[in-house]
Each structure stands twice: as C-alpha cells, then as structure tokens.
Design a binder for this molecule. Structure first.
Ligand SMILES: [Zn+2]
Length: 347
C-alpha cells in the first residue's frame, strides 16, 4: 500500500511517499481503509525529535507512519463482531489504553501509564490502510462527512475534556481562548459557543481574528499588537475571565493567570513555548484560583462529540484538505501557523 513514512527524524523532507506492507491483523483488530487523516502539531514533534518515535524506529527497523485522527471504512475485521461489518463507516479513537490498570478501570483511560497513541507508538493514518484494536472503532452516521469525523479525535477531544470535563465551563461565563486559530483553540471556540459562554479569543493576525469572530468569538485580541491580559481586564471592568484555555506555556503563562477573575480556572493542555511558568502563590489563594491540567480525553467523550457532529450542532472547522502525497506541505502549514482549523490528508 502507499503511505507517507519516515525512517529517520528531521525536517519535512524526511516524509516520503512510498510503498509499505499492508498491516496484518492480530487478535481483535480491525483494518480500516483510510478516507481522511487529519494532521496534528504532535505529528510535527514526532517527525522532528520525540524520543518515543526514535525508539520505535530503532526497535522495529521499519519506517514510521504518522497520523492519529483517522476516519474510514472497515476493510477487514479479525473475529465475529456483531456490531461491526466490513464496509462500515468508522472513526478511530486515538488512544489505545491498557484496559486493566486502576486508571483505566476507574474510567480515566487518558491517564493510563502504558497507553499508546495511534500514529505515535503505532503506525497511523498517513496511509491507505491502518489497523487498530476493534474497540477503537466508533461507527459514524452516513450524514457525517469523513473529513469532519477525522477532525474530531485529537483537537476536539482535547478541547472538550478541557472545557467540559475539567473546567466545567458554564453558560454565561467568560472564557479566554489563546491561539483561537490553532486546532485546539478553534475547537475550544466552537465548544465554548455551544455551551453559551462569552468568548475572548486571541490570534496573531487580523484575518484569523475575523474568522474567530465568524465562529463565535465575542471579543478578539491581536496578541502580536497588544497585551491580551490588559485588554481582558479593560473589557471585563477589571474582573477578569472565569476560564482560560491555555496551551502556549511559558510565553503566555503570567498573562493568562493575570486574566483570571476570582474563582477563575486555568486549564492547560500544552506548552508550545516552554514548560516552565511561575505563579504568585499569595494572589492564587486570595483569588481562589484553580490551575488544572488536561490530557486528551476518553472514548466516551469522543462518542459525545461524534453525536454532536452527527446532529450538525458541532461542525468541525476544516482549513483545507490535501492529497496524502502533500503531507510535507500540511506540516509546513501547521509549522507556519497559516491554518485556521484542521488540515486533512486524503490517501
Ligand atoms: Zn491502563
């Protein structure tokens, strides 16, 4: 089969469109003919230098295939599974948890220490076919386009877990969404709109801010021109926002905390500019702030997102689709932050 894969980590030129063996199924696995695979920033980290990928390349001696956001049709299935048949339209849940540790048993499979991610510790969807455990296959309605289904797993699941499960964003609350043009930011924007929150969104260009407004942002802030925390305090009469969706890290940490109202919650899922941030502990307890982490999400949450997308109450934002051969171009788009919403590859 055709796939985009790489044998050593590096810049985009390591991505090679090539022939690789079609996956062979083992116990309780499903083979999916990939219709769409969405690209994530994690793919870029994996391609560049993530140690898990380096180890996989060394151990297997075969090229690595990226791609965690996969929608397609079942091409083969190992055993008799009454609910799934060849030809069914499915989305693949990206996490492969162990299923037996205390976190998995308690319903926190996103915290499983030995979980694998499709396209990361396993070969993924930058290919004509991908295999996954049967239980990762989620059936999707005919009305849900493959491209929208493929947009959901990493970005929308991450944003949903952050805002709904962790921060418990409520209707009428104020939320600040950083980097509203990126995958998690734009997903968070739509989810916050669905909840009924008032949305403050930052982005680096006026074009992205206009799109953020189109998708429901109430107040937009160009962070390359002004200090967003000052604008937040001005716009909220000095109160601040109830929730901050953080995924930037060191560069925005202090301003994000300064933007919080009393009883405010900061929820973080990423550190694209660095891991380390300081906090004024006195201000934190006097304002009763909550700082919370958030790690991807669960298959149950992903099923909720699929239902919302099938009901057309949540229509994922697709920046563009490209042929699989153009995976390098897709990576460059994300690296230069030129996209608004998901970039998707079509084998
Ligand atoms: Zn586990």
């Amino acid at each position: 089969m055709k796939a985009v894969a790489f044998s050593e980590q590096g810049e985009v030129n390591v991505l090679q469109y090539q022939d690789v063996p079609k996956p062979t199924l083992e116990h309780d696995e499903v083979l999916v003919k990939v219709k769409v695979c969405a690209v994530n920033y994690l793919d870029i980290h994996a391609r560049r230098d993530r140690p898990e990928i380096k180890k996989k390349l060394e151990v297997t001696g075969t090229p690595h295939i990226l791609g965690s956001d996969i929608a397609g049709e079942i091409a083969a299935i190992t055993e008799d599974h009454p609910q799934l048949n060849v030809g069914d339209r499915v989305l693949l849940a990206p996490c492969i948890p162990c299923g037996v540790c205390s976190d998995c048993i308690n319903g926190y499979e996103n915290l499983c220490d030995t979980q694998q991610l499709l396209g990361f510790q396993t070969d993924g969807g930058y290919a004509e076919f991908v295999k996954a455990p049967v239980k990762n296959a989620i059936q999707i309605a005919d009305e849900l386009p493959f491209v929208e289904a493929a947009a959901l797993p990493i970005a929308y699941l991450t944003a949903w877990h952050m805002l709904i499960t962790r921060a418990q964003l409520q209707a009428g609350e104020d939320i600040l969404i950083l980097g509203a043009g990126g995958s998690v930011g734009s997903a968070g924007l739509q989810i916050a709109k669905l909840v009924g929150a008032r949305i403050f969104a930052t982005a680096s260009t006026d074009e992205k801010l206009a799109r953020a407004k189109h998708y429901g942002a109430d107040v937009t802030i160009n962070y390359s021109e002004v200090d967003f925390s000052e604008v937040i305090l001005e716009e909220t009469n000095g109160r601040g926002v109830d929730v901050v969706l953080e995924h930037v890290g060191t560069a925005t940490w202090n301003k994000s905390i300064s933007s919080l109202a009393k009883n405010g919650r900061l929820v973080s899922c990423g550190v694209t500019t660095g891991n380390i941030g300081e906090i004024n502990i006195r201000k934190m307890y006097q304002k009763q702030l909550t700082i919370m982490g958030s790690a991807l999400g669960t298959a149950t949450e992903l099923r909720t997102l699929v239902r919302l997308a099938e009901q057309r109450r949540l229509i994922p934002i697709i920046d563009r689709t490209l042929p699989l051969q153009n995976a390098a171009e897709a990576h460059q788009l994300l690296e230069s932050r030129k996209n608004f919403g998901k970039v998707c590859l079509i084998p």
